[in-house]
Design a protein around this ligand. Structure first.
Ligand SMILES: [Fe+2]
Length: 445
C-alpha cells in the first residue's frame, strides 16, 4: 500500500519511524570516530563529518521547523555556514563550524522541534505538507548525507571502525549470470512517476518513452570481468577511451579502480580499513564514468541510456505497466536488495534472485550505483519543487545520471525512478555499472 492511502495517523507514525531510522544511522556514522576524525577533512572531495551532521540539522530546521512549522529560527546565524551552495566541500574545514558537541546538540534540538511540528501538521493542504512530502524530502536528505558520510569513512585512513555481517552469497546456478544478457524488445514504456508521494521533482512527471530494442547485462560488471580489462592493458590504450576520458585517465594517473592494489599476480582491495583479496564475483565499485565507458568499448559494448536502464528495471511486458521496483510495488526487504548499509559491500552477482525484474535483469536496485550514458536533464513537463537548487541547477551536460542505489543507499532514498547524478570523473561514490548494446540484425523482430 502506498503512503498516500494509509490515513493521517499511520502516515504520521511512518514519518516518525523514518526520521528515527535516519537519525540512528547518522549517530552511528558520527559516533564511530573520535572528535579529531569528525572535524578532519579525509579527502578534498568530502566535507568533514561534523559539517554533514550540522548541515543535516540546518536543512531540517529550514524546511520543517521554519517553513512547515512556521516556528522561529533556532540558529539563523549558521544558515550560511551550512548552505552547500555558498561553500564548496574543499573550503568547509576552514569555516567556523560548530564543534562536535555543539553540532550534536543542535541536531537534537532541531529534531525535538520537528516531532512537535509533526504532531501538529495536517499532512495535507499545502503541497509541501501533502502526504508528508517535506518530511519525506528531509528523511531522504539525511539518508543521502549518511551515504556521503559512509563514502567519507571509505576514504578515511586508520583502523576499521565500522562492521557489519557479509552480504549473502550467490544463489545456486548464478555462475552464468555474470556474462549473460537480456534482450529487451523495442516499444514504449512509462518512465518517471507522477504518483509516488515522496518522489522528488526530477523523477516527475510520468511520461511515455519509446525505447528501441536493446540488450543489457543481466547483472552488474564484476571485479573478475573488470580485472580482465585492466590486465589486458585497458588503461594503456587510448582507443578504448573517449578523448575526454583519456585526458582524465592521464591527468589523474588512473591505473585501476580506486582502492585496488596489485598483489603479485592478483589484486587486493581496501574497504573501510580492511584489506583483502578482490572478490571475483562482486560487482566492481569505485569506478568513474570514463572507466565504465572504456570497459564497455573494450568489451564491444556501451553503457545503457537512462531510459534503457529504467525500462529494464520497471517495465512489465505482461501488463505493459511500470513497477515501482523491479520485483513489484512493495518496499524493499532484506531478501530483495542490498540496501541500507546492512552490509558494507556489494553482494556477489546472483545473490538476490527474488529481486529480479520482469525482463530477467538482476540487482538493478542496491549493491552499486550504475553509471548511465545520459546527461542529467529535466523530463518533459518538469517543474522545480520545492526549490530550483534541488535539481534544476544541475541539469546539463556536466553531470551523468547514476541509477539503482548502492549497499550504502537507504531504501527511503531509492526507487526504480530515483535519479542520482555526478561528474563523470567521480569515483569516491559507490559506483559501478553494467553494459548494453544494440541488437544484432535478426536478433529481435
Ligand atoms: Fe545537503
Amino acid at each position: 500500500m502506498s503512503i498516500a492511502d494509509v490515513g493521517t495517523e499511520a502516515l504520521r507514525e511512518h514519518v516518525a519511524t523514518q526520521l528515527r531510522r535516519a537519525r540512528d544511522r547518522s549517530v552511528e556514522l558520527t559516533d564511530a570516530v573520535d572528535d579529531d576524525d569528525l572535524v578532519r577533512q579525509h579527502s578534498k572531495l568530502m566535507s568533514p563529518l561534523v559539517w554533514d551532521l550540522a548541515h543535516i540539522g540546518s536543512q531540517e530546521e529550514l524546511w520543517l521547523v521554519r517553513d512547515v512549522g512556521g516556528r522561529e529560527p533556532l540558529r539563523a546565524d549558521i544558515d550560511d555556514l551550512y548552505d552547500a551552495f555558498q561553500h564548496p566541500r574543499a573550503d568547509r574545514p576552514a569555516l567556523p563550524l560548530l564543534g562536535p558537541g555543539e553540532a550534536r546538540g543542535y541536531v537534537r534540538e532541531v529534531r525535538d522541534k520537528v516531532f512537535d511540528v509533526l504532531e501538529h501538521s495536517p499532512l495535507e493542504g499545502r503541497r509541501l505538507e501533502t502526504n508528508g512530502f517535506a518530511f519525506g524530502m528531509i528523511v531522504q536528505h539525511e539518508q543521502q548525507h549518511d551515504e556521503t558520510m559512509l563514502a567519507t569513512h571509505q576514504l578515511r585512513v586508520g583502523p576499521p571502525v565500522l562492521s557489519a555481517p557479509p552480504p549473502p552469497p550467490a544463489a545456486a546456478g548464478a555462475d552464468a549470470l555474470a556474462g549473460r544478457e537480456v534482450l529487451v524488445p523495442g516499444g514504449p514504456f512509462t518512465m518517471g512517476t507522477s504518483a509516488d508521494p515522496w518522489a522528488l521533482d526530477n523523477e516527475r512527471p510520468a511520461h511515455e518513452v519509446h525505447v528501441p530494442a536493446f540488450a543489457i547485462d543481466a547483472a552488474p560488471v564484476t571485479n573478475a570481468r573488470y580485472a580482465a580489462f585492466v590486465d589486458d592493458g585497458g588503461y594503456d590504450q587510448p582507443r578504448w577511451w573517449s578523448e575526454e576520458g583519456w585526458r582524465h585517465r592521464t591527468e589523474a594517473g588512473l591505473t585501476a579502480p580506486m582502492h585496488w592494489r596489485r598483489d603479485g599476480g592478483g589484486w587486493t582491495y581496501t574497504r573501510f580499513g580492511r584489506t583483502s583479496p578482490l572478490v571475483p564475483d562482486e560487482p566492481v565499485v569505485h569506478v568513474c564514468f570514463h572507466e565504465a565507458a572504456a570497459f564497455a568499448r573494450w568489451a564491444g559494448r556501451r553503457l545503457p541510456t537512462e531510459a534503457e536502464w529504467e525500462k529494464a528495471a520497471r517495465y512489465d511486458p505482461a501488463t505493459g505497466r511500470s513497477r515501482r521496483y523491479p520485483w513489484g510495488d512493495q518496499e524493499p526487504t532484506p531478501g530483495l536488495a542490498n540496501l541500507g548499509q546492512r552490509h558494507l559491500a556489494p553482494a556477489p552477482v546472483g545473490a538476490y534472485p527474488d529481486g529480479v525484474s520482469p525482463l530477467g535483469v538482476h540487482q538493478l536496485i542496491g549493491d552499486v550505483w550504475e553509471w548511465t550514458d545520459t546527461d542529467f536533464a529535466a523530463y518533459p513537463g518538469f517543474s522545480a519543487f520545492p526549490y530550483r537548487e534541488y535539481s534544476e541547477v544541475f541539469f546539463g551536460p556536466s553531470y551523468k545520471v547514476l541509477r539503482g542505489g548502492s549497499f550504502g543507499t537507504d531504501p527511503a532514498a531509492c526507487r526504480g525512478t530515483f535519479r542520482n547524478w555526478d561528474y563523470p570523473i567521480r569515483r569516491q561514490i559507490f559506483s559501478g555499472f553494467r553494459c548494453a548494446r544494440d541488437p544484432l540484425p535478426g536478433e529481435v523482430d
